[in-house]
Design a protein around this ligand. Structure first.
Ligand code: NAD
Length: 417
């Protein structure tokens, strides 16, 4: 959790200051600077939910469409008590830069509801999802805005979104991605973000000449992204010394058996009670003496305090906006090698794009094709960012933003204001 001094640094401000820094370095035209720092559309809706016991709770739902110059808005839907307009706007901006960076024909959006799903039954989550979609549905659509999973939403939630949208607009598989395989989902989508994180890391390691087989890692978050990142990192030969989730962190000097941890989660729903490692706190995990730290849970976890305490030399950003602006300055002073979120975690939206393509063409790809195409896109984007960063002697995040901003600005210019 952010410490007091950092608490005011929101994800919205973090994304904006990252944009401003890149705009400064690339000397972006002032008109574009204004145009590309303001969201296209913000929607806020009331989401009332009748609980199973008959009582009523009312949540706030958000959908922000940040920039759609290069294609339909694209971005996940998150269920978390911290969700607010600022967070959703910041995450929507990051999606706009991410889709441009990996050069897929989408813009950037994001949505969410300020609900803690642990307070609700699955029936309540289904009703909440349907109510939310019924209220933002008019700004969604296969060529308008396409949601996907994010924190605390999964393939089942996407299936309800598809059904609710289709009940009004007619059968529309391409209206949402991250769906179950049995309902228009893509092979490889579930593992795509974690797989992409590791494709990106492997390519940076190759370019830098690192020997990954001798490296160690600690991973915060063992949900969709963190668990697959852990699995693929360990397959690469990296010793995953610690993993964590909301129940706490689990450490083993000789490396956690990731398959064992996955089996435990499959059987019990979380890492609570996992006996394959020693229990430590999430703060201790962030300060472990490992080569690579992989935040794969919430934003803002690397802040003034945790950045100071961090010993890892490489930060592989699987989560969105895991570093606050103050945290970033400290990492810079400590010369930590940061592989930024807009690049590292782009595998999810890449395979979402493949899913959308398959839905529109009504033609399914085999998993090998999905993974091969994902590897191509992640490797190419990683090389582009790495080359620009080396040439201009700038951080990889700044390089990634410059490439993305140039593409979005070009699309805006060609379309005309
Ligand atoms: P998820 O809900 O599947 O998993 C989140 C994990 O974080 C869970 O294990 C949860 O227990 C853990 N967690 C929550 N609070 C924590 C805390 N305080 N300390 C330690 N662990 C905590 O979510 P996800 O889809 O894996 O998303 C994780 C991150 O990756 C988010 O930042 C999300 O925006 C980003 N992301 C997700 C995707 C995707 O395709 N799902 C794509 C790109 C980026």
């Amino acid at each position: 959790m952010p410490d007091k001094a950092d608490e005011r640094v929101s994800i919205g401000q973090t994304a904006l200051s990252q944009f401003n820094h890149a705009a400064e370095v690339m000397k972006l035209d002032e008109e574009f600077r204004v145009l590309l720092s303001i969201p296209f559309r913000e929607v806020r809706v009331e989401v009332p939910l009748r609980k199973d016991d008959g009582s009523l709770v009312v949540y706030q739902g958000y959908r922000v469409q940040f920039n759609g110059a290069r294609g339909p808005f694209k971005g996940g839907i998150r269920y978390h008590p911290h969700v607010d307009m600022d967070e959703v706007t910041g995450l929507a901006a990051l999606m706009a830069w991410k889709t441009a960076l990996i050069d897929i024909p989408f813009g950037g959006g994001k949505g969410g509801v300020n609900v803690d799903p642990r307070d609700h039954t699955i029936y309540e989550i289904e009703r909440l999802t349907r109510k939310f979609i019924s209220r933002i549905g008019r700004v969604l659509g296969p060529y308008r805005d396409i949601p996907a999973p994010d924190m605390n939403t999964n393939a089942q939630v996407m299936a309800w979104i598809m059904d609710e949208y289709s009940s009004r607009q007619g059968f529309s598989l391409a209206a949402v991605t991250g769906k179950p395989l049995a309902l228009g989902g893509s092979a490889g989508r579930e593992a795509a973000t974690g797989r992409g994180v590791v494709f990106c890391f492997a390519e940076v390691a190759r370019l830098e000449g690192w020997d990954v087989a001798g490296m160690s890692a600690a991973i915060q978050g063992f949900g969709n992204v963190g668990s697959y990142a852990a699995l693929f990192l360990s397959e690469l030969g990296v010793r995953v010394a610690a993993i964590s989730d909301v129940s706490g962190a689990y450490y083993s000097k000789k490396g956690v058996d990731i398959q064992k941890a996955l089996d435990h989660v499959a059987a019990s729903g979380g890492l609570e009670g996992f006996t394959g490692a020693d229990k430590i706190t999430n703060e201790e995990l962030l300060a472990l003496d490992v080569d690579v730290l992989v935040p794969a849970a919430l934003g803002g976890v690397i802040n003034r305090k945790t950045a100071h305490d961090m010993k890892a030399r490489i930060l592989l950003e699987a989560a969105n906006a895991p570093v606050t602006s103050i945290g970033e300055k400290i990492l810079d002073e400590k010369d930590v090698y940061v592989i930024p979120d807009v690049l590292a975690n782009a595998g999810g939206v890449t395979v979402s794009y493949f899913e959308w393509v398959q839905n529109i063409q009504q033609f399914d790809w085999e998993e090998k094709r999905v993974n091969d195409e994902l590897k191509k896109i992640m490797t190419r984007a990683t090389q582009e960012v790495h080359t620009l960063a080396k040439d201009k002697k700038i951080a990889m995040r700044t390089a990634a933003f410059i490439i993305a901003i140039e593409r979005v600005a070009m699309a805006e210019k060609l379309r005309g204001i």
